[in-house]
Design a protein around this ligand. Structure first.
Ligand code: FAD
Length: 393
């Protein structure tokens, strides 16, 4: 079997690359380790930046998103028992869009496989990449039905298989991977409960950070800072809601709307960046190339940014023989990746400094936070970075 491009991983990055290639008339094969049900139901991200929505729209991939996603124009910081609304749209003219990742993935799978006629195999096992330094690399995998090994020849491999995939592992030894570990955990929760506010809430409290992210009329994501490696079983229903209530308390706001917790897992907060994102004929995109802890809700946005550049670059090369997009791919992606990494670091200190136990860090974190509400220049800078660029892709 042979395809110009093999895409490993059917997340937001891989499916977007596949859709762009199909629209340009380029054949590709998407290989996904999980079943279609799993990828269409896995709850993860939900906050999308406006340029990412427009980038999908421009490529014919935002039809259902534009009908169903909610636009947000403010977030709110809660500390010292008060709520402080931060109206970012007033400052930038741009919005955040709330569209749960499983809904986006469902749209992208449907468009790729059923509308654009792209090839996709779910449930494949033991994907391996070979001869990436040659111009005829191959990808092998075990077929879930027959149990047989299959070999696919291609010209390029798009490594879009996330943080624990096979692509990053196939990079040559000595590839630079910059890492940062926050040394803290976040208990990520999904509640079957209507949002407690129409906006994202960030709670800074001596016990640790708490977050509230509306996902739909019936579901809300919450986060609770906890020790890294904490056992979710140690966080029963009552303890979770009591602690969320405490850390997100504001005297002038209604109490939280409680509900059943349908997802509970501890994220060890860490980041990494692979530089460069290309090795021979392997091009990484999304979490396979860089991880950013969900502090500023940037991960899926970065994955889409990579996918736009990679899809466009591969299409230009394979259809018209133009190589500029592919040649500049890694550098163009990494500029935004590092910008978002730095912003996440900056914001993390506001979230976690107050509960660090170090009065000096707590003092400077609160000063950083108050500045957003006293200095128009600081507020404008925050809004610009929180919303991402105005540039179109
Ligand atoms: P993934 O979505 O991880 O997709 C990779 C795919 O590859 C998966 O389907 C996987 O099954 C498959 N795969 C893995 N290994 C193999 C293999 N060996 N062979 C074949 N296939 C394989 N980002 C935001 O922008 N905003 C948010 O609000 C936000 N919130 C988040 C909340 C949580 C709790 C988490 C965990 C993440 C959050 N993120 C957020 C990050 C976001 O979910 C990721 O950045 C995004 O999923 C990256 O997309 P991707 O396509 O690169 O990788």
């Amino acid at each position: 079997e042979s395809f110009p491009v093999v895409v490993v991983g059917a997340g937001p990055a891989g499916l977007t690359v596949g859709n762009i290639l199909r629209a340009a008339g380029v054949d590709c094969l998407v290989l996904e380790a999980e079943s279609r049900d799993v990828v269409e139901e896995r709850p993860r991200a939900g906050v999308m930046e406006e340029w990412a929505v427009r980038g999908l729209e421009r490529r014919g991939l935002a039809g259902r998103l534009l009908e169903r996603a909610e636009r947000q124009s403010a977030c709110e910081f809660r500390f010292d028992g008060q709520g402080y609304r931060f109206p970012y749209t007033e400052l930038t003219g741009r919005h955040h869009w709330i569209y749960p990742q499983p809904m986006l993935v469902t749209d992208l799978v449907r468009e790729y496989a059923e509308v654009r006629g792209g090839a996709i195999r779910f449930g494949v096992r033991d994907v391996r990449l070979h001869d990436l330094d040659s111009d005829r690399p191959t990808v092998s995998y075990t077929d879930p039905g027959s149990g047989e090994r299959r070999l696919v020849r291609c010209a390029f491999v798009a490594g879009c298989d996330g943080a624990r995939g096979a692509s990053r592992a196939a990079l040559p030894t000595g590839t630079r991977v910059a890492r940062h570990d926050y040394g803290i955990g976040w208990l990520a929760l999904l509640a079957e409960a209507p949002p407690s506010s129409d906006r994202v809430l960030f709670g800074m409290h001596a016990n640790g950070f708490a977050g509230h992210m509306p996902r739909s009329a019936e579901t809300t994501r919450y986060y609770l800072q906890c020790p890294p490696g904490d056992d979710p079983a140690d966080w029963p229903h009552d303890r979770v809601w009591e602690e969320l209530g405490r850390r997100l308390h504001a005297a002038d706001r209604p109490p939280l709307t409680e509900g059943r917790l349908v997802e509970k897992r501890v994220l060890d907060m860490h980041n990494y960046v692979v530089e460069p994102m290309v090795s021979g004929r392997l091009l990484l995109a999304g979490d396979a190339a860089h991880l950013v802890a969900p502090i500023a809700a940037k991960g899926m946005n970065l994955a889409l940014h990579d996918a736009f550049l990679l899809g466009d670059g591969l299409a230009a090369y394979l259809v018209k023989g133009e190589s500029a997009g592919l040649d500049g791919y890694s550098e163009a992606c990494l500029r935004r990746v590092w910008d978002y990494q730095e912003f996440s670091q900056w914001l993390a200190e506001i979230y976690h400094g107050t509960s660090s136990g170090d009065p000096y860090r707590a003092g400077t974190a609160l000063a950083r936070l108050r500045r957003l509400f006293t200095s128009p220049a600081a507020a404008a800078a925050f809004a610009e970075q929180y919303l991402g660029t105005a540039e179109a892709y």
